[in-house]
Ligand binder design. Sequence first.
Ligand code: MG
Length: 291
Amino acid sequence: MSNYYPDAAQQAYPPEHPLNKCKGFVFDVDGVLVRGEEIIPRSPEAIERLRRGGKKVIFISNNSTKSREEYIAKFTRIGIPVTADDLVLSTYATARYVANEKPGAKVYMVGAPGLKRELELAGLELVDDPLVAEYAVVGSAFNGKGQITPENGERITGALRALYHAGAKFVATNPDRIFPAKDGVIPGTGAVIGALSYMVDRQPDAIIGKPSPYIVKIALSRLGLSGSECAIVGDMDTDMLAGQGMDMTTIFVRSGAMSEEKLRSLGVSPSFVFNSVIDILELKSKGAKEQ
Ligand SMILES: [Mg+2]
């Protein structure tokens, strides 16, 4: 093994290393640690070495369909030990945002069982009557094939009524318009946001997932660190923008959905670029670039 710093048990980085100032690392999941069900090589090792070196690590994802309990099982399969406190998913972050704003609020939701679970865990009251709703909370209504799931069949109409008749606040889990599935793209949460926004002629009051700062703020408060003390690691422009918005060191990895060329064509310049997460620990590796 060609460790840049072999004695990782003592310290993740030597003192002069440019990433040494980062006390915490916020990792995106898909395209960074895994690609679908496939583990990106040596990603569990990278996390383990950072932890052993005294770095704080937390994971964020725009996934709007899974609860943290479901993600703990996923991480166990990958070989990265986590507790619920290590995971900030858009389901959980959205529930926490609403519960902070109005504890116990009446919520009419569009979305998957994982979102429902997090809303319940946050002490919110889920209602089936849209006319009594104080919040319409919107996540993806689609399954992996792009079909509207049976439990969401009437819920877009319900959310419309909550917004139109009851004046409910409009909160969405994440802004992703589409989602890459095996056979081609499928609608994302953005399809639900777009439909409702167009119908009621107003934008959501808050969209919690990246690139909005809400989800990153929750991760940083969990770490107990400021943005400038942390790095965000991701494979998309939205990860880099979320990090830049919070004054974080931004690390782009080429292992995910977006090419570096595409990223730069969007005018986004990360602090560092690596081929994959293990290279973060081996700054001398080919392809590492400090901006
Ligand atoms: Mg990603």
